[in-house]
Design a protein around this ligand. Sequence first.
Ligand SMILES: Nc1ncnc2c1ncn2[C@@H]1O[C@H](COP(=O)(O)OP(=O)(O)O)[C@@H](O)[C@H]1O
Ligand SMILES: CC(=O)OP(=O)(O)O
Ligand SMILES: [Mg+2]
Length: 401
Amino acid sequence: MSTVLVVNSGSSSFKYQLIDVENRTALASGLVERIGEGAGRVKHRDLTRTDEGDSSWERHTPIPDHTAGFGEMIASFTEHGPSLEDNAPVAVGHRVVHGGRRFFEPTVITDLVKINIEDLSDLAPLHNPAAVQGIDAAQRVFGDVPHVAVFDTAFHRTLSPAAYTYAIDRDLAAKHRIRRYGFHGTSHKYVSEAAARFLDRPLEDLAQIVLHLGNGASITAIDGGRSVETSMGLTPLEGLVMGSRSGDLDPAVLLHLARRAQLSTDELDTLLNKKSGLVGLAGDSDMRDLTARAEGGDSVAREALDVYVHRLRHYIGAYVAQLGRLDVIAFTAGVGENTPVVRSESLAGLELFGIRIDEERNNATSRETRVISADDSAVTVLVVPTDEELEIAIQTLAAVS
Ligand SMILES: Nc1ncnc2c1ncn2[C@@H]1O[C@H](COP(=O)(O)OP(=O)(O)O)[C@@H](O)[C@H]1O
Ligand SMILES: CC(=O)OP(=O)(O)O
Ligand SMILES: [Mg+2]
């Protein structure tokens, strides 16, 4: 059995999964959060146990840094299983958001690779610094096995120059590496392949639009398994309305705020990345809270949802045009998998495109891949649970074998 430990690091948290790659199953999963905040928390699940009820544990303890977090993770395995001796990982796979122009393949992490990932931090300020912290800490704890970086940007290497070029001065753009990179690629790849498998159709034949709607959100047009257009850009800020990120706006908004409100570069960064999107519009970034408020008649929450859905429809229409045909629309990630109202409102009235949702199917709750379009819909609309960790584990094992 080849097991891989997958780590997805955030600035004050990391998620992990121990995965049996041959059987495509997770043996354990967990979350270490509030690192450096005094009241740390560890959640751990032994997924090999069949007695569902008591397979999950939670522990509250101060976690000063990522290395201490990995210590807590090891302690959870030791105390609650499964055994890390019996299921020793042959490699550790790390999610790294930005690979820039250098990294398109899963890459065994050396000191030089780490420096290069760090160097891309200004292009993914919420994500790359955290990844480096996670890699450092994981290497201290798992020193004997290779560590592999799997990049969010990699799947979008197939974008054409027309799709990735911003219309600004060529030389300036080249000098500062300014172009569209695209993100969530591991998820877009996994979901588009899972959709083809589910429909028992060759991936090569399918024109798909995948909507990854989580805290960060992006939409990708995929033609025959290749990313041809995606909504995130130089950084994971462009495109859709997100939990706390603005997505698209007129770039002159920044100039106007800098001049008229005297906001500094750092203040603008915080405004757009952390205080915009659903939080900026309605004070809540969590879609569960927002939809509950809207259903209860809260007009501010309802307006935020309207803006969110309006942007989605804008991109769906644009991507149908870019693809020139459409077989599949797939919704994924926290919001995409769990919020029927977002799915139905973003596709309402698109019979013109051959899209018709079946409301009963759309409202059914399930953890499985499923069809939510009507039988007479020319385009098949799916909900596909994403599994970035499994995809990272598969690519990690391939990189070290
Ligand atoms: N059961 C649910 N119902 C509605 N929304 C959900 C549900 N579970 C998660 N979400 C929403 O999904 C979002 C987080 O998505 P997720 O894919 O977990 O994000 P990330 O991986 O970027 O942290 C949040 O807005 C959350 O409200
Ligand atoms: C790239 C990105 O936005 O990732 P996340 O959704 O995990 O924040
Ligand atoms: Mg995510």
